[in-house]
Design a protein around this ligand. Structure first.
Ligand SMILES: Nc1ncnc2c1ncn2[C@@H]1O[C@H](COP(=O)(O)OP(=O)(O)O)[C@@H](O)[C@H]1O
Ligand SMILES: [Mg+2]
Length: 225
C-alpha cells in the first residue's frame, strides 16, 4: 500500500511543486498519473522511492514511513519499489542479460535461481532471442523493455514508470503498455506517469490528474482530456 498524507514539497524557496497531496493506492492497482509538464508527476514518484523528502506531510509504503526513512535504510525500500525512467539508463557495455542481472546480484540468488528468473523476465519483455545483444544493437522500444525487465527482475512489488513511452512512437508505446499491463496482472502495483491520452483513455484504469502541484481529479476507470 502507498499512502500520501497531506504531502507538500517545495524545492528551495520556489512555489510548491506539490501541495497538500492525499491519496492511497492498494496492492495490485494500476494507476495513471497525468498532468501537464511541470505539474509535479516526477516529484510525486521521487517521494515514493525516497529520493527526495516532503516539506510537509508523510509518505508511506507498507510499513515504511518513507518520508522519515534514514539514508542507510533506503536500499530495503528500493527492493520493494523499482523505477523505470524515460531515458532507460542501461549499461552500454553490458548485454541485455547482464543489464537485467544487476537487480538480482544484490539479492544473493544462486546461479540456477538467477538463470531461471532471467529466462522468465526475457520472456515477459519478449526478448528471449536477444539476451546477448548490447543496448546499441536494440531499438528504442527494445531498450525500454530491457529497462522494465531490469526493474521487475528482483523482488519489487511496486513498479513506478516515469513517462516510459515519452520517446516512443504509438505502436511501440502500445507494446510497452502491453508488457506493463502484464506485469500488473502478475500482481505488481503500477504507477505510470504519462502524457499519452490515447493509452490512458483506452485502458480505463484509475487516473490521478495533477495540475500545478494539486490533485484535480482521482477517478477509478478514469479518462484524460
Ligand atoms: N530539483 C529541483 N529544483 C527546483 N525545482 C524543481 C526541481 N525539480 C522539479 N522542480 C520544479 O517542480 C515542479 C514540478 O516538477 P516535476 O515534478 O518535474 O513535474 P512533471 O514531472 O509533472 O513535469 C516544476 O515547477 C519544476 O520546475
Ligand atoms: Mg516529469
Amino acid at each position: 500500500m502507498i499512502r500520501f498524507n497531506s504531502v507538500s514539497k517545495k524545492y528551495k524557496k520556489s512555489v510548491a511543486a506539490l501541495e497538500d497531496i492525499n491519496f492511497s493506492i492498494e496492492d495490485g492497482e494500476f494507476v495513471f498519473l497525468v498532468g501537464p509538464s511541470g505539474a509535479g508527476k516526477t516529484t510525486l514518484l521521487k517521494l515514493i522511492i525516497g529520493e527526495i523528502k516532503p516539506t510537509h506531510g508523510s509518505v508511506h509504503v507498507d510499513d515504511y514511513i518513507v518520508s522519515k526513512l534514514a539514508e542507510n535504510k533506503l536500499p530495503y525500500l528500493r527492493r520493494k519499489v523499482s523505477f523505470v525512467f524515460q531515458d532507460f539508463k542501461l549499461l552500454a557495455e553490458r548485454t541485455v542479460v547482464e543489464n537485467i542481472s544487476v537487480s538480482l546480484e544484490i539479492l544473493g540468488k544462486t546461479t540456477v535461481e538467477a538463470e531461471k528468473r532471467i529466462e522468465a523476465v526475457l520472456s515477459m519483455i519478449k526478448l528471449s532471442d536477444k539476451g546477448n545483444y548490447f543496448p546499441r544493437q536494440l531499438s528504442y522500444g527494445e531498450q525500454q523493455r530491457v529497462a522494465i525487465g531490469r526493474a521487475i527482475a528482483g523482488e519489487a512489488k511496486i513498479l513506478l514508470a516515469d513517462e516510459p513511452t515519452g520517446n516512443l512512437d504509438p505502436k511501440t508505446s502500445w507494446e510497452i503498455l502491453k508488457i506493463i499491463s502484464a506485469i500488473n496482472k502478475d500482481g505488481k502495483t503500477v504507477i505510470m506517469a504519462t502524457h499519452n491520452v490515447d493509452i490512458v483513455n483506452s485502458l480505463k484504469k484509475r487516473v490521478i490528474v495533477i495540475k500545478d502541484g494539486k490533485i484535480i481529479k482521482d477517478e477509478k476507470k478514469g479518462s484524460y482530456s
